[in-house]
Structures are given as C-alpha cells and as structure tokens.
Design a protein around this ligand. Structure first.
Ligand code: KE4
Length: 427
C-alpha cells in the first residue's frame, strides 16, 4: 500500500521548505510523527488529504471561533471578491472594521490595521518607544508576541517548543533593550523600574498567556502593572492577538477591567484571513505616520477580503454573544480530562477560561514559565498521539493553548471527551 498522501506531500515539502512547514509549530517535532496535510475544514473538523476527519482543538490557532468555513464568513468574502482583491487605497470596509474595534474596546480611540499579530506588536513597541522617547521594553518569560527582533527573547509558542526561546540572528544590542521578567512577579516589575528610571518605554504582556500553554495572572497582578506603568510614564501594552474577541468581546481588559495604553489584535478580526491591528489613546496613536514621526505601513493593510471576513466574524460575535456557551464547552473538556487523570493516578493541571485552556501533566499549579516547564512534555506527546489516532487533533505542543468554537457544541465535544478519556487511560 502506498504511503499516505500526507507523508508523500511532507517528503516533497521537506525538500522545498525548512522543516517542510511555513510555521515551526506545525512540524510535529515536539510530539513526534509526520504532520498531516489538511484538504478542507468545516465547522469543528479538519479533513486531511487522506480523507481523515479530525475534531480540531487548534482552530487555526484562534481565528475560527465560529468553526471553520462558516457560511456567513464565506459569503462575505465571496461578495467582497466580486469587487476585487486589493486596492491599495482607503476602502469602506476598513472604516467599518475600525468602528467595530473602537466600539468593542473602550481603551482604543484610534486603530491601525496591518497584516499579522507580529506586525501589530512590533509596531506597538515602536510606537511606545517613539511616544515616550525611551528605548527599553519589558516583556515576560514565556510570552510570545510574534517573531520581531525585540520580542523574540525568552519567547513562548514555537520558540519554546523547539528550544530556541532566544532566537539566533538577533544582535545583542537589540536584545539589551528588552528586559525579560518572570510573569506573576510584582517585585520583579518594581525592581526593573527602579533599576531603569526614565528608560522604559513600555511593558508588553499577554494578559492571559496562551503561548506557554494557558496561564492566568494572579489576582491584582494587572492592577500592579497598570499602577507601575502610570507612575513611571511607561505604556502598558496588552497583546490580545489571541484573547481579543476570544474570551470576551472586549478581550481580557473587559474581564479584568484594566485600561491598557495600547492593545494588539489579530486572528479573530480577520475571520481566517491575514490581519493584525493595534490601537489606543489618540494622543499615542497620532504619533504614527502620516501624522507623526513613527513610521508604519503595509501594502495589504486593511485588505478588503480580510476586512469582509473579519467584519462578518465580529458581527456574529455581537449578535450571538457565545462566551457563556464557549466557557461551558471549555469546562466540559477540562473536567473530563481531570476526572480521567484522577482515575488513572496521573497528575494533571487544566487551567481554563472560556474557550482557551491547556493540559499540563504536572502536580505543580502552573502560574509562570518555570512551573509550566515541570509539565511532562513527553507524556503530552503520547497523549497527543493517542488522541490523533482516534480522530482528535490537539495543538502539537505542550506549550500552546487549546481552542474551541461554537461549532464544537453537541456531537463533536461529546466525541472528543470520550477520546480524551480513553487517551489518558491508555497512557
Ligand atoms: P502572527 O504573526 O502569527 O499572526 O501573530 C503573532 C502572535 C502575537 N501575539 C500572540 C499572543 C500570539 O499568540 C501570536 C501568534 N500565536 C501563535 C500560536 N501560539 C501562532 C501560531 C504559529 O506561530 O504558527
């Protein structure tokens, strides 16, 4: 019997693209085996080139909150396509998207659209440096904000997964301007500001971390960061690329009632097409070209197809308000996994908020990068394969958040819970 088509494609891909992929985490290197190739995606499932149907807990890393290929998003793209794919001029859909973002995020008076989460955070850092005329930024160990030089330092997600949290190719002079602190440590932030008076432009964080696996802040942590930034004249930057519109329409800042100075968005606002955005107070945003001295640009920024898909996605969120339903689904998966692990006598942590959660195979409550690293990544790899064998696809890394969608409700979540129970039993 010939090798599965995925294997044949991967063999060709390995000759043509580094690691056979266009984003490292897709390569399955930390969970073993050969990545499958997806032919199509609908609702809660992916269909592989070999015809396998997989219940998907990656949701293209966050965008597919309504499930894959939602008819309303498809129709919106099709209608926009009739008018062309890209204009390179202002277009009405950009205005609609900007109004939706400003309406959902009271901290955002003005917004700039771009083409990825990486662009959004990279530009937000540049804007913070330009606005404050300071050079240093603070980030937190394990947080991933995309792959720009200033931020790919002690990063999570694929960088952590593949053991390169500090990427090669970043000049020491760049890295020196990035201070990396432990997450959930208020003394560390106070010490960093005390040691760098008047030098810190901004503090950027994932307000709930998704890129070490899912980690929540200690009570009062965000308030401490907000007060410290205000007192020190630094900008507080919430990277809500993953959490924006995912955990609440107004992101974590709505849940935690915190007002950051800048917010970065992506993923869901593109409805599955390439997009990013960053926004904040007009006083800060107006430092951007063409008004101010901070340059930022993009050929496809505000692309009409991506805007159409994102507008449809956000309008459905406004109409459906699915967050309680998504939270119930997330809780169903986590309580199922915890019960199965208890029955098996395996230590498991399952932090969850809404449709973001992770399973850490460790007895240690996970609240930062070091505690996340006590998780047994090899055991996770075996768990991942046990689930995949039964048609459930998890993020192919112990250090990623899982995602689910409204399309998981009903048969898909029930089947997935059965598979997860069996997969833990088999460990
Ligand atoms: P992109 O450049 O990949 O659109 O966004 C970068 C980014 C920024 N900020 C946060 C909080 C993010 O989670 C991301 C990207 N997330 C990863 C998943 N952990 C994308 C998946 C991948 O790298 O293939």
């Amino acid at each position: 019997m010939s090798a599965p088509l995925s294997d044949q494609l991967f063999a060709r891909a390995l000759q043509l693209m580094p690691g056979g992929v266009n984003s490292p985490v897709r390569a399955f290197r930390s969970v073993g085996g050969t990545p499958f190739f997806t032919q199509a995606a609908h609702g809660a499932t992916l269909t592989t080139v070999d015809g396998r149907e997989l219940i998907d807990f990656v949701c293209t890393w966050g965008p597919a909150i309504h499930g894959h290929n939602h008819p309303r998003i498809k129709a919106a793209i099709a209608a926009a396509l009739e008018r062309g794919t890209s204009f390179g001029t202002p277009n009405p859909a950009e205005v609609t998207m900007a109004e939706l973002i400003v309406n959902f995020f009271p901290s955002i008076q003005k917004v700039r659209l771009c083409n990825s989460g990486t662009e959004a955070t990279m530009s937000a850092i540049r804007l913070a440096r330009g606005f404050t005329r300071r050079d240093k930024i603070i980030k937190f160990a394990g947080c991933y904000h995309g792959h720009s030089d200033s931020l790919l330092i002690k990063a999570g997600s694929g960088a952590l997964t593949h053991g390169h949290p500090d990427s090669a190719g970043i000049p020491a002079v760049f890295a020196q301007e990035t201070i990396v602190l432990p997450y959930n440590d208020t003394a560390a932030i106070d010490a960093a500001f005390a040691a760098n008076p008047g030098k810190i432009a901004g503090v950027i964080l994932e307000p709930y971390i998704g890129n070490v696996g899912f980690i929540k802040p200690d009570a009062g942590y965000h308030q401490h960061l907000r007060q410290a930034c205000t007192a020190q004249g630094a900008l507080l930057i919430f990277d809500e690329v993953m959490t924006g519109f995912r955990l609440a329409a107004g992101g974590v800042q709505e849940i935690e009632k915190i007002t950051p100075d800048l917010t970065c968005l992506g993923k869901i606002i593109g409805g599955g097409l390439p997009v990013g955005a960053f926004g904040g107070r007009a006083e800060v945003m107006d430092q951007l070209a063409p008004l101010g001295p901070v340059y930022q640009a993009g050929t496809l920024s505000g692309n009409p197809l991506a805007m159409a898909a994102g507008i449809a996605s956000l309008q459905m969120l406004a109409e459906l308000k699915p967050y309680a339903r998504l939270d119930a689904l997330g809780r169903q998966v986590c309580t199922t996994a915890l019960a199965a692990a208890k029955a098996k006598g395996i230590a498991l942590q399952a932090p969850q908020v809404g449709s973001m959660f992770s399973l850490f195979f460790t007895p240690t409550p996970v609240r930062d990068l070091p505690s996340a690293l006590t998780s047994d990544a090899k055991l996770f790899g075996r768990f991942f394969q046990n689930c995949l064998d039964q048609g459930v696809y998890l993020p192919p890394s112990a250090y990623e958040s899982w995602f689910l969608s409204t399309a998981h409700e009903g048969a898909a979540i029930d089947r997935a819970c059965e598979v997860i129970t069996q997969a833990i039993k088999k460990l």
